[in-house]
Design a protein around this ligand. Sequence first.
Ligand SMILES: [Zn+2]
Length: 163
Amino acid sequence: MMKRCKECSSEMVISREAYRYNESGLPNVVLKDVEIRRCPNCGTQEVPLPRVAELHRAIAVVLVHKSARLLGPEVRYLRKYMGWSGVDFASRMGVNPETVSRWENDKEVISSQSDRLLRLIVARGWPVEDYSVDDLTKIDDRKDPPPVEVELRVRDRRWQSAA
Ligand SMILES: [Zn+2]
């Protein structure tokens, strides 16, 4: 199928190549065998990526499974993947927004707890059935919290909160 350049209407040359996906904000994501269209006349390049939502999910899954701690751009990617602002993310992690900014700019190493929590949230997916991640903003960090009241009953063959 012939494609014409949007800028100069010349016929685009189509090839399949590895493409470094810098638009992800990550420095080392390479997409193999993707279609790249180049205009031989004016140099315009188009990379029509298929199934972008699925692609972004696949990148997130790789980050969640890496064994080394998350680096700044990876933290930023996962935060944006979840659709959170810096303030949203900070309140869920129980830190202030300046801390998030330092993590994302590699000025401070993300805490191991926040690293794990972020991975778990991403791995679990959004939205989570019966448990909103918004609940994480309600976690009380005070020193001597009262013990939680747990009341459960079997309903529809499942243990469920009786509250
Ligand atoms: Zn052109």
